[in-house]
Structure formats: C-alpha cells, structure tokens
Design a binder for this molecule. Structure first.
Ligand SMILES: Nc1ncnc2c1ncn2[C@@H]1O[C@H](COP(=O)(O)OP(=O)(O)O)[C@@H](O)[C@H]1O
Ligand SMILES: [Mg+2]
Length: 243
C-alpha cells in the first residue's frame, strides 16, 4: 500500500485549468523530486495535497484514508506537513518558540520533559541549536528555511513536502539544507521536494516527476529527465534551463 496516492486530480481557478488529471503514488520512505517550469502548477499540487485547496475532481489517499476534502489542520495531525515557497515563521517569536508552537498545533500529548527532549533533538538535527534564543525575524534566509523544516518535523510529520527549499539560498546554504534533507530521509521520513531545476535533485533522489501546464509529462531518474526531449521543450523560452 502506498503512503500517498494521488488519483486523477484536477483543479481550476476561475476559467483557468491549473491541474489536469494528475496521478502518482508515493511509497513510504521515498524521496521524490517534482520539477517544472514556472506556472506549471507545482505549488498548487502541494496546496491540493495539503488541503489548502480541494480538487474539483479526483481523489487523494493518505495511509489508506480518503483525505480529498480534509483541511490542513487535520492533515497535519495525520502526519502530513508542508513548507512554503515563501517562509512563514512567527517573526516575533524565537526559534525555540516557533518549534514549540508546532508542538501545540498538533496537540503534542507527551510530558514536558519529553517535549523538551524532542525540542533539543530537532534543534540539533536542523543545526539551529546555537540560534534557539534568536528572534525569527533576525535570522538569515538559510536559517529560516531550516526553521521551516524544523517546524514541519516538530508536527511529527511522516510525509514532508518542501516547496522550493533551495530557492534564493547561497551555495553553502544549499549544501547544508541538502544534507538536512538527506538526514531526515535516512531517519525514515518520506519527502516530496519541488524544485525549479533538476540539477539540485541529482544527488538527492532517484525519482523525479515533471509537471508541465498542469500535467505530469515525464517520470524517471534525474539523469533521464534532464535528457528528455519533451522536458527540454517544456523549459524552452525560460531564462533558466532544465538542467
Ligand atoms: N489561488 C489562485 N487563484 C488563481 N490562480 C492561481 C491560484 N494559485 C495558482 N494560480 C495559478 O495557477 C498556475 C500555477 O501556479 P503555481 O501552482 O503557483 O505554479 P508553480 O508553483 O509551478 O510555479 C499559475 O497560472 C497561477 O497563476
Ligand atoms: Mg511554486
């Protein structure tokens, strides 16, 4: 049984059909890249899976349960978490407080000592231990992206969906965040990562889905995808190349 099944979903905004019959499965423990040119519908796909929007047609199954019409706060409690393309921390709370809010959001029932242990573990894992007292608004973007991931992990996520986590980061920050993704994957999280270009995914994943004008046009390894004629054509006219 797959962890997530996306079955033939579609979504329109006004007259504009943005997602057109998209289907795919995600097995537990997979790390999958989703790429596509700007406006392909990638963020909308995440919004549909995470309950921000509901599809007009089709269904979404998570852990054998139909979640098609569920709301984000229910889905988080079921183990489905996403980060945003534009980071959304509580700017006037510290790093530590931001993570604690994520615990409360899912009604973390363990004892205070267990919660503190988990907090330290997450701070350590995400490289934010030395920054726990800092206000989110004073963090550089690289750390904010880590905080986004930390908050998602704090909800107890089984499926983590990251929307362009590397966008806007310096090379060293990208490397650090990539390492974090690898660590999260190695401890058993299932991860979906949206990326604009396939290059960033080469070292991370063996499976990439390509979205173009609301349709999945290709699925394969990063190498197969970057050489595919349809994929290259989908990116033509864009400033940045597929590779
Ligand atoms: N809430 C919305 N209302 C109207 N149009 C939207 C909305 N969200 C996304 N769109 C449109 O859907 C298309 C796909 O957007 P998006 O999913 O953000 O693409 P991507 O993340 O691949 O760049 C775009 O044309 C965008 O303008
Ligand atoms: Mg997007």
């Amino acid at each position: 049984m797959p962890l997530l099944e996306v079955r033939n979903i579609s979504k329109s905004f006004g007259g504009l059909k943005v997602i057109k019959g998209v289907s795919f499965n995600v097995d537990k423990g997979e790390l999958i890249g989703i790429i596509g040119p700007n406006g392909a519908g990638k963020s909308t796909l995440f919004n549909l899976i995470s309950g921000v929007y509901h599809p007009d047609a089709g269904s979404i199954i998570f852990k054998d349960e139909d979640i098609t019409k569920m709301e984000p706060y229910d889905l988080v409690k079921k183990g489905l978490a996403r980060s945003w393309q534009i980071v959304r921390p509580f700017r006037n709370l510290t790093v530590e407080e931001n993570i604690r809010v994520a615990f409360y959001g899912v009604g973390f029932k363990d004892s205070l000592s267990e919660r503190n242990r988990r907090l330290d573990e997450i701070l350590q894992m995400t490289g934010l231990l030395q920054h726990r007292e800092q206000l989110a608004k004073n963090l550089p973007l690289g750390h904010l992206k880590r905080l986004e991931v930390a908050r998602a992990v704090a909800t107890g996520a089984e499926l983590l969906m990251l929307d362009e986590p590397f966008a806007g980061l310096r090379v060293d920050e990208i490397k650090g965040l990539m390492h974090l993704v690898t660590v999260l994957h190695s401890i058993g999280l299932t991860i979906l990562i949206i990326e604009h270009v396939v290059r960033s995914l080469l070292e991370l994943t063996r499976r990439v889905l390509v979205l173009h004008e609301g349709r999945l046009i290709k699925e394969g390894t990063p190498e197969e995808v970057r050489r595919d004629k349809m994929v290259i054509e989908a990116y033509l006219g864009e400033e940045s190349e597929v590779a």
